[in-house]
Design a protein around this ligand. Structure first.
Ligand code: MLT
Length: 239
């Protein structure tokens, strides 16, 4: 089996996704927030590309209790119910509801994954459960890191490396592309904690400047969530 890693969602457009399981990663913060929303009992999370798409989707879904979430520039979008902080997505705020979400990079990565046979959302929070799904499915994997505005994000690469290391055990027949090898190397070369890594990468520092230091701390938690959101049609739902 193969693991092919794209370091940004833009790069994923050059990869053949048919026949593969796609793993979308945006540790800071979109997939961490989506995983949290589903764990909190959201009925579905609908990732869309723009705020306008979100408002249109809300009009269609409105009668069924849709809320709008996401960010631009890291901050809540005007008129939206929630920003992109996982702390906002509690059982009380999203339980039983559809969350329509748009973020700068993360939700676009789901659009980039649309050709894949199966698409799941991964973060450090649910990394063990995602690894189990990949081992259970036993098919070629496309890891799609969201990146930040077309550039590599070390937080996503770190999570990807940790995930790949869990599935590529000695003696297994996985073949990694160069990006996947780089991610494993980057993950293994870190001696600090996952929080140290996330807090020191560019996006982690930017979030701290915006006052979201606690989000970085939360998103660095490993194996704290068991849910693996999977794309069904246009919605991410509990697997
Ligand atoms: C994104 O999709 O670019 C991120 O989730 C941005 C953020 O941290 O809010």
């Amino acid at each position: 089996m193969n693991v092919d890693l794209s370091a940004t969602w833009q790069e994923a457009s050059r990869v053949t996704l048919r026949g593969r399981i796609a793993v979308v990663i945006d540790v800071l913060r979109a997939t961490s927030t989506i995983v949290t929303a589903i764990q909190s009992g959201a009925r579905e999370v609908i990732p869309v590309e723009t705020p306008e798409d979100a408002r249109l989707a809300a009009q269609k879904t409105g009668a069924y209790g849709a809320v709008l979430g996401g960010e631009r520039g890291g901050l809540k979008i005007e008129g939206f119910d929630f920003g992109n902080s996982p702390y906002e997505y509690t059982p009380h705020s999203v339980g039983g509801k559809a969350v329509i979400m748009t973020t700068t990079n993360g939700t676009r990565a789901f659009a980039a994954a649309r050709e894949a046979d199966i698409t799941v959302a991964a973060a450090l929070l649910n990394i063990g459960s995602v690894a189990n799904v990949l081992l259970h499915e036993g098919r070629d994997v496309a890891v799609i890191c969201a990146g930040t505005e077309g550039r590599v994000s070390l937080d996503d690469l770190y999570c990807a490396g940790a995930l790949i290391e869990r599935i590529v055990t000695p003696g297994s027949d996985w073949v990694l592309n160069d990006g996947a090898k780089l991610a494993v190397h980057w993950y293994g070369s870190n001696t600090g904690t996952s929080f140290d890594v996330l807090a020191s990468c560019a996006h982690g520092r930017r979030l701290a400047e915006l006052g979201f230091h606690r989000d970085v701390e939360y998103c660095s938690g490993m194996d704290t969530v068991t849910e693996v959101p999977v794309l069904k049609g246009r919605s991410l739902v509990s697997r």
